[in-house]
Design a protein around this ligand. Sequence first.
Ligand code: SAM
Length: 250
Amino acid sequence: EGALYVVATPIGNLEDISARALRLLGEADLIAAEDTRHSARLLDHFGIRGPLMSLHEHNEASRIDTMVARIEQGQNIALISDAGTPLISDPGYRLVQALRERGSRVVPVPGPCALVTALSAAGLPSQPFTFRGFVSAKAQARLEELERSVRSVGTQIFYESPHRIRAFLEALESLVPERRVVLARELTKTFETFLDGTPPELLARIEEDPNQARGEFVVLVEGAPALEGQQEHVDIEAEALLEALQAEGV
Ligand code: SAM
C-alpha cells in the first residue's frame, strides 16, 4: 500500500520549500494539485516532472475513489495546493478524511503556512489563538461572523483578499474601534510588511498609501480582554441581587 503525502509548498519565497518536500515530490507517482498550471511552474522551477492531476473544491469528491484505489495499489501520491499547507483554507480535507477512515497512510510534510508565519512575527499573543480563515464575502454575514469572533479571548486570525481588506477593516472599526490589529502583508515576499494599529489607524494608513492594500493578507486581531466577559457576568449578577434585595424592601 502507498501513501498520501500532504506537502506544504512556499507562500512566496521559493527558498522556503523543504529538502524533504522536494525529494517526495520528485519520487511521487502522482502529484495532485489545486491548479495544475500554477503548480507546473513551481515544479518546473525545481526540475520536477511528476504527472499532475487536478484536485480542487469542485472535483475533490469525485476524485476520491481514484486516489484511494491508486494508493491501495501501492502508489504514492503527493497533495499540494497553490501555496502553503494543503487543507488550510485549501482543498484536501475530504480526501484525507476518506483515507483515514480506510486506515490508509497519510503523511504530513510540513512547511510554510501563512497563518503560522504571520503569528510568529506579529507581536500579538500567540496563545491561545483561533484561526478563522476567510470570512463571508457578503457584508451582513461578514459582520455577524466578526461580531462573534471579537468576543473570543485569544488572537483571532483571518485570511482576506486585497479586494475586501478595506471592507473588512471597516467592519472591525464598527465593532472594536480600539482593538489592536496587525496586517501581515506579502509574507516572505519582497514587499513584506507588518502594519500595526487600531482599525481606524489602519484605514488611514491604507488611505494615504494605497499600496498597503495590495497583495495577500493575514489579519490578526487582538483577543477580547480575558476579564471582560467574566466582569460583565459579575455585574449582571450583582445588579440582579440588588434588585431582589430592593424588592424585598431590605
Ligand atoms: N494554504 C495556505 C496556507 O497554508 O497559508 C493558504 C491558502 S488561502 C487560499 C490563501 C490566503 O492565504 C490568501 O488570501 C492570504 O490571506 C493568505 N496568504 C497566502 N500567502 C500569503 C502571503 N505570502 N502573505 C500573506 N498572506 C498570505
